[in-house]
Design a protein around this ligand. Structure first.
Ligand code: LMR
Length: 332
């Protein structure tokens, strides 16, 4: 009698709750967790939101993208581990953070490598850049696209005109040995730190200075705690939209094709708008009146180049002559 009751209860549950076994049950949507460390108002922040929006429009019920901005879920280093483990599915990681996995992307960190973002775009879309999207496949990561942010500037509480002005300052850097060498080359003290900790570290004086793009300087509010910004344009921050390779290859082909189309569309938008955001955020930082702009003379800039350029020789072997040559050629 009891077993009949159990069987009937199970049948009712199956019919009403759509438990597995019913022909009408829709599979749960595929979840794509996409954490990042920057504000929603940056190129990457906007790209992630746009991706979420387009997926909602075109893959409703099939795929859901959850975006976690501002290091709200995790920082860059943790996100690489979580992606490999399959705890998250997509990131747009700063290329500097890939240092722990391969030295090849460190070409982007070499001081004064790219003249402008157009040059980094040419490199990324050339044969070497496209090949690098697959560089980490053996480690479980697949690159799908590059997104731009902008060129890096130096901020501090003392005016930095020449390299000697940076001596002794504690500079926050991303997790990259090239960036470590770059600041050691000007006799500063670089410290690796996740973006989420930087504002407080600047505020408390745990660090004195940092390098970042105008969009991050503005949206992370560094203008509140840094009196000077030197427009050095000495490096780039670009991103690789990266997925867990197994997850991506295991997607139903029609869904993967649609996601690829969406990513192409979002990439074009991000990369078109990055320069406008960069210029806008530069103006917004200066409009606060809290951070004073330092424009380098040609002779001053030449001193920074001369002081930092030896870093190239230090990493040439690890990055690879072929990668560096392709990047240099992109400057035209
Ligand atoms: C940083 O940590 O400075 C950058 O990686 C932040 C970013 O733009 O992702």
């Amino acid at each position: 009698m009891r077993s009949v009751f159990v069987a009937i209860t199970a049948l009712i549950a199956t019919a009403f709750l759509g438990l597995p076994g019913t022909a009408s049950a829709d599979p749960a949507p595929i979840l794509i967790k996409f954490p990042h460390v920057v504000s929603e108002a940056t190129p990457k922040g906007q790209g992630a939101k746009r991706l979420q929006e387009l997926v909602k429009q075109r893959l409703a019920g099939k795929v859901v993208v959850e975006v976690y901005p501002n290091s709200s879920l995790m920082g860059d280093d943790e996100s690489l581990e979580a992606l490999a483990l399959g705890d998250i599915q997509m990131i747009a990681i700063s290329l500097s953070a890939l240092d722990r996995l391969t030295k090849k992307f460190q070409v982007f960190d070499l001081p004064f490598m790219f003249n402008d973002i157009a040059a980094s775009e040419r490199f990324e879309q050339g044969p070497m850049g496209l090949k690098l999207l697959h560089e980490l496949e053996g480690k479980g990561y697949l690159g799908l696209a590059y997104w731009h942010n902008g060129l890096k500037q130096l901020t501090a509480n003392r005016p930095l005109h020449v390299p000697a002005d940076a001596a002794g300052l504690k500079f926050r850097i991303q997790s990259s040995d090239v960036l470590l060498a770059q600041f050691r080359a000007v006799k500063a003290n670089p410290q690796k730190m996740g973006l989420g900790e930087v504002y407080q570290a600047l505020q408390t004086g745990a660090i004195d200075a940092q390098e970042n793009t105008w969009s991050n300087i503005y949206t992370q509010k560094y203008f509140e705690v840094q009196k000077y910004a030197t427009e050095s344009n000495h490096g780039v921050i670009d991103y690789m939209v990266t997925v867990n390779a197994d997850f991506w290859k295991g997607l139903p082909p029609d869904i993967r094709t649609e996601l690829e189309a969406i990513i192409r569309e979002v990439t074009a938008e991000v990369n078109t708008h990055a320069a406008t955001l960069d210029a806008g955020d530069r103006a917004r930082v200066l409009a606060t009146g809290k951070t004073q702009l330092i424009t380098l003379t040609e002779a001053e800039r030449a001193q920074w180049v001369e002081a930092m350029k030896p870093v190239w020789a230090q990493f040439r072997g690890q990055i690879g002559e072929d990668v560096i040559a392709a990047a240099e050629a992109a400057n035209r």
